[in-house]
Design a protein around this ligand. Structure first.
Ligand code: NAD
Length: 354
């Protein structure tokens, strides 16, 4: 059985990615209708076989949706998601879920009040590079990690802030655009409590919104995670760099086939490691390096399967009652609180205690 989906907003992301995904043979959804305020976008929806509506009320009155996906500019997510839940429909919004935690709280409250499912399209939890890095960390490739760096520099895929993305009241800016994906990835990977957040968030070329953000999160155990998104960084640093007590690894690009891992030999006890470092004093630098470190390519066969459509497959499992929801509202709230702490840290020049 295919679950019926209605879209609120039928722009680039919905008409391209979402429609294509729900039409995959291995995704048990069927796209039935769309609401968009732009007549051209409605004409496109009709040309693609959907019923098109020019108001939220008409779209919701027509009904029959197992899931409503909200994919408008960010400032409309909260209002439209709440309207859809109040009309009795399960809702997934695009990311960022909303502009701030107050809007998100309203959405969570509406979900609890109506008993409707509420989730967010955090599709980059299924990015191949992220899955590989996560798996490599879990496999102990670098031992106990103490620093995880996640970067998107312009040459890695980020772009200019344009259209509504360049407008503050529309929830524009890089931190809410790419940053929310990157922070969601980090926070999903590291569930432990957060101690502090510090950040620099500013516009370099944009007029109203940030196009550069660096956010440093210190967790309870002392582990530090750093996220950096730079729209204008023509000499890009690697997508990922992870340092641990037994080695380090980098991954160059989104979708990289392999991580580069250099690690301290697995079989040395800490006493041996100390001994190896003592030897360093009498060995040449080159000899010492070869004694302590070995170079490995990460075994990509061990990586779990990914694909953004896995998120829709999970939703089908939740609707069937056979799976637990992967993108949970509480996780989305944790991420939004980090984003708010990052803005505060940057504006006030302080480290925010969490
Ligand atoms: P877009 O500008 O191409 O599309 C937005 C659409 O919403 C347009 O068709 C517009 O006419 C319509 N719209 C505007 N106001 C509306 C309203 N009040 N009611 C109904 N329709 C309205 O933007 P986009 O790139 O498709 O982005 C849409 C959403 O998807 C954003 O939240 C964005 O952050 C998100 N997005 C997510 C990813 C991802 O990887 N998850 C990628 C791109 C965009």
């Amino acid at each position: 059985m295919a679950y019926k989906v209605g879209f609120m907003g039928f722009g680039g992301m919905i008409s391209g990615y979402h429609l294509g995904t729900v039409r995959r043979d291995d995704v048990p959804f069927e796209a039935v209708a769309a609401f968009d305020i732009d007549p051209e976008r409605r004409a496109d929806a009709e040309a693609k076989g959907l019923k098109a509506y020019d108001s939220a009320e008409k779209f919701l009155d027509a009904g029959g949706y197992d899931l409503v996906v909200v994919g408008t500019p960010n400032n409309y997510h909260c209002e439209l998601a709440c309207l859809a839940m109040e009309a009795g429909f399960n809702v997934m919004t695009e990311k960022p879920v909303a502009r701030n935690s107050a809007e998100l709280q309203r959405m969570i409250d509406t979900s609890e009040k109506t008993g409707r499912l509420f989730t967010v399209h955090q599709n980059r939890r299924w990015d191949p590079d992220y899955l590989k890095i996560r798996q490599a960390i879990e496999d102990g490739c670098v031992g106990k990690p103490y620093m995880i760096e996640s970067r998107i520099h312009s040459a890695n895929g980020s772009g200019d802030m344009y259209g509504w993305r360049a407008m503050k009241d529309h929830g524009g800016g890089m931190l809410l655009d790419w940053g929310v994906h990157m922070l969601d990835q980090i926070l999903y990977m590291i569930p432990e409590p957060i101690r502090t957040v510090s950040a620099n968030v500013f516009p370099l070329w944009s007029e109203e919104v940030d196009d550069y953000a660096k956010v440093i999160i210190t967790f309870e155990s002392g582990l530090v995670a750093q996220m950096e998104v730079a729209t204008y960084a023509p000499i890009p640093l690697p997508r990922w760099a992870v340092y641990g007590d037994r080695g380090a690894m980098t991954m160059e690009e989104i979708g990289s086939p392999a991580a580069h891992v250099r690690r301290i030999k697995k079989d040395v006890s800490s006493r041996d490691t100390v001994k190896a470092y003592e030897d360093y004093k009498v060995l040449t630098r080159e000899q010492s390096r070869h004694r302590i470190l070995e170079f490995e390519e990460f075994d990509t066969d061990k990586n779990p399967g990914g694909g953004w459509h896995s998120l829709y497959r999970n939703l089908a499992g939740v609707l069937d009652g056979t799976e637990e929801l992967i993108v949970k509202p509480a996780q989305v709230m944790r991420c939004m609180k980090v984003i708010e702490a990052a803005f505060k840290s940057s504006e006030e020049g302080v480290t925010v205690r969490f």
